[in-house]
Design a protein around this ligand. Sequence first.
Ligand code: SF4
Length: 473
Amino acid sequence: MTQHSDLREKCGVFGVFQSPSAAHDIYLGLHAQQHRGQESAGIVTSRGPGHCLVYKDHGLVSQVFDRDIVEQLDGQFGIGHVRYSTSGGLSRKDIQPLVVNHRGLNIALAHNGNITNAAALKEELEVGGSLFTSSSDSEVLLHRIVRVRSDDPVEQMRQGLRGIEGAYSLVLKFDRGVAAVRDPHGFRPLHVGRRDGGWYFASETCAFDILDVETVGEVAPGEGWYVDADGPRQFRLLDPPVPRMCAFEVVYFSRPDSLFRGRSIHQFRIELGRRLFEEHPAEVDAVIAVPDSSNSAALGFAQAAGVPLDIGLIRSHYTGRTFIAPGQSARAAKVKQKFNVVRDVVEGRRVAVVDDSIVRGTTCRQIVKLIREHGATAVHFRVASPMVSNPCYYGIDMPTREEFLVNRVPHAELARYLTADSVGYLSPASLRAVVGADTCRACFTGEYPVPVDPARSVIQKHSEVEIEHHAVL
Ligand code: SF4
């Protein structure tokens, strides 16, 4: 799959208690997780009860924040969020963290995931008098938490999150502290770190590395942490844990330098590549990756094949909107803008091209064509995961079911469609063996750990009336 064209992670979160420069830490933590959401960014900080600063806007972290803004975000604790919106664009009111003032307390929430019974819960809350300001499923969580009649944040979270279905890795800012909570299936990642007596929470551990924060472990599925001046409190959610971590985080979404089960994602991808070669060997002179997300899997494939990994495709990191030449297809133009082939790596050689996943398959087809045009004598296309055949309802934005390659082109026709000499993709059994049985692999297998009824999950968008200014400082 080619960088974020077919699949998009919806969010990354970060939280800290406490640090002399909380906003600066959050800024860097979000910057390291920019790949998890590029359309908006937000930071909330606090010095304590009655004090809450918020700044959020559309754009990349480096576009939303500058030195002045970060310095104005005073406080020793806080949370942050990067987000990619679902189709239809992102209203300012949906940009996170979401903040409410309730009974004199400020509570802010940042969410990675997707609530599968959000519409039903929202209706219930509205009947009970709740007024919603966004079309985000995350606001349902916030309402449920603030309605709990308790002054103890731990009790508010335990009771408020009971019966919430789907995926939620959350960081929250309360008046005196910061919390991190992961749903009982633990679909989306959430990690715990420590530095100089402060506690840190992040979707991925690469956010800790940039701050020299030591990774302590994960917030376990069904677990919560609340940290204030009295120290950390760990608690269990009321719904029982049934771990089902997202396998696609390993296959594609997470950065290779982030950890999964205490090992780098890079190592897991090497193993996927090795198994891919065992299942689908190919007699080739060179192995090349579809950069950058397939690099580790291609390395594993090359190691198992005993053939050198070479740099045959170069990806441009600066593709934006450009004009398409008359007569040129939009897809072909986009692929050419994004990838170039190193001619002498492929010319006159049999090449294995390793990709991490196939969703629509249209880009892979163009890549194979491009490599052939540069003189490869054979192109064997290899995919380090099973074919994506089902949509995700747990926090990943995907094309519709009908658009998946596997649902459009019969297996026997795949090589011909991709114009490759052969095609091979990893079996579901091998993926399971590498990432573990306690993972969600529903988009590959159709076996959903949480039953999904789209009518219960989709919150209708409000009419777009912009009344808020983006910054509250
Ligand atoms: S359906 Fe796929 S992308 Fe969604 S959580 Fe499960 S493995 Fe991850």
